[in-house]
Design a protein around this ligand. Sequence first.
Ligand SMILES: *Cc1c(COP(=O)(O)O)cnc(C)c1O
Length: 413
Amino acid sequence: MKKMTYRDFDSYLKQYPSADGRFGEFGGQYLPPELMPAFKEIDDAYETICHSAQFISELRRIRREFQGRPTPVYHCERLSNKLGKCQIYLKREDLNHTGAHKLNHCMGEGLLAKYMGKKKLIAETGAGQHGVAIATAAAYFGMECDVYMGEVDIAKQAPNVTRMKLLGANVIPVTHGLKTLKEAVDAAFEGYMKEYKDAIYCIGSAVGPHPFPKMVRDFQMIVGQEAREQFVEMTGILPDAVTACVGGGSNSIGTFVPFLDAPVEIYGVEPLGRGSGIGDHAATMAYGTKGILHGFESYLLQDEKGEPLPVYSIASGLDYPATGPEHAFLRDAGRINYVTVSDEEAMEAFYLLCRLEGIIPAVESSHALAYAMRYAKEHNTGSILVTLSGRGDKDLDFVVEKYGLGEQFLKNL
Ligand SMILES: *Cc1c(COP(=O)(O)O)cnc(C)c1O
């Protein structure tokens, strides 16, 4: 396809996605016929309600008073000086209420549900981060909440299960198949099919059938919009590059889209895990092929039959075998570069940020930071803005058990 530069993005948001939810050849809506009316209802409601002045002003108030937005942009002076002359800046989504960016789209989806007169939010969760965000939104709006979660994940993620229950959600164990995220997605769709008149399905990232990739992108764009304004205010110019980690792709697409029409390099960071073998990583853009999963077309890690391959990353929020369709489009258009970072590189960045800046990042976010550190060393000039998607409290037990206090990463300090 024709390569695009930043000059081609003036009217991008008007053109993409198309009315049928396509980003070029990616995206779309692959659904069982029984679910078509439910998704049409969400699409119609989204297009009318979300552009109303009342919706926009209520969402602004929620972001300010409940979520604590705007989150700051922070200049990592000590970390930057350690690496050379290129300056690293963080967009602090770890300071968003509940400690990560996911609440940005969950509050938007919850508000849409309220305007549509729905009484219940339905979602699936893997590691439990999306479940906690959606349970938070349900509590805020006074709605019921069903979160489907594999039995295996329930056993592994006890603190998040407790959080969801404290917030009033019903955590529904999924007991078939491998009892993890994939089965939970199927179960959540089935649950939704039964009660879509009273409920709305809330997806966890910029993936799934139209209109979810668009809706989640739109709600997450607050990250990039704020960051662009704040960065220019702080430094007088735009950053040379922006970067964020890519799981399903929500914090990254929200960061990137407001920079598409600016002369700024953009880097999406995928998890290389233990290496490039099957089952050792979740680097969809690096190793994936075109296909359909969970109702949308994109790049996937799949076998010859189209079955998703096993994936792995030290960051449980990044181990999804697909990436949102808008990422696939912008990669093929040549506007966004996708790079990979291994478990070890991410962990080095994790420990360095703790020591040098007093910030404990999520292991997911540490992937983006690790790439920014690589960029800073290679360029030795200019600046790079990193979205720090979340805080690391949720990862501490696991990280310390595996790597202790990180002495092996801090030798060169
Ligand atoms: C869920 C999660 C991610 C990955 O999700 P995206 O949709 O790719 O943004 C990244 N960072 C944190 C802290 C998360 O909780």
